[in-house]
Design a protein around this ligand. Structure first.
Ligand code: HEM
Length: 176
């Protein structure tokens, strides 16, 4: 694809990319805090309210943030010299982002939904349901995996390590 953006356009696109990054990283910290709060606050009101708050954060911030990061990241790669498969740092970010998106969508979101279901069905008695407490521990553990990976990607984006992917030279065309 032809390289079409000038430095000002690139700066705007990076700014947009970073807004989505901030949304994803920020909400992951909030999820971590909420799961810590529900496990250790000892407050029934908190424990019962937290799943609905987590669900809202997931729907309104994390999902749009993840889609926004992927779209702006891929567009940035395609419209600059970085490309989508030319540099190891870009490939590592793509794989890690897809892994985190899958972890959020396939593992974390169903856990949050189940917690919402248990707390609305059982009310206060959910607090003595081992499944409900286990779900909060799993959410805590998952946030503990997601956050370091996201922070690692911020450093990778700044340092751009590992260089360029080496491609095999095509054999020169045989002389006639
Ligand atoms: C599909 C996934 C992603 C792709 C393809 C992608 C690609 C890119 C590209 C091409 C740039 C421009 C680099 C430059 O010209 O300096 C960039 C910037 C950046 N990206 Fe991503 N990105 C992705 C996901 C992420 C994620 C998940 C994070 C963090 C959690 C992140 C954090 C950053 C940061 C902090 C910058 C600014 C780097 C700087 O100013 O030097 N990106 N990204």
């Amino acid at each position: 694809m032809a390289k079409k953006i000038n430095p000002t356009q690139k700066a705007w696109l990076i700014g947009l990319h970073l807004i989505f990054v901030a949304a994803w990283v920020g909400s992951s910290f909030v999820l971590l805090m909420l799961s810590l709060l529900s496990l250790y606050s000892g407050s029934q009101t908190v424990l019962l309210a937290v799943p609905s708050i987590m669900h809202a954060i997931d729907l309104l911030v994390i999902i749009p943030g993840t889609i926004g990061i992927i779209v702006t990241g891929v567009v940035l790669s395609l419209l600059t010299h970085w490309g989508i498969k030319k540099y190891y740092w870009v490939i590592v970010k793509e794989i890690s982002t897809l892994f985190l998106a899958a972890l959020g969508g396939v593992w974390l979101a169903p856990l949050v939904l189940r917690a919402v279901e248990l707390s609305s069905n059982q009310g206060v008695s959910a607090l003595t349901d081992p499944e409900y407490l286990l779900i909060h521990k799993k959410i805590l553990l998952t946030s503990g995996i997601i956050i370091p990976l996201l922070l690692g990607m911020i450093f990778i984006s700044k340092l751009k390590p590992w260089g360029k992917v080496k491609r095999k030279e095509k054999p020169a065309a045989a002389k006639a």
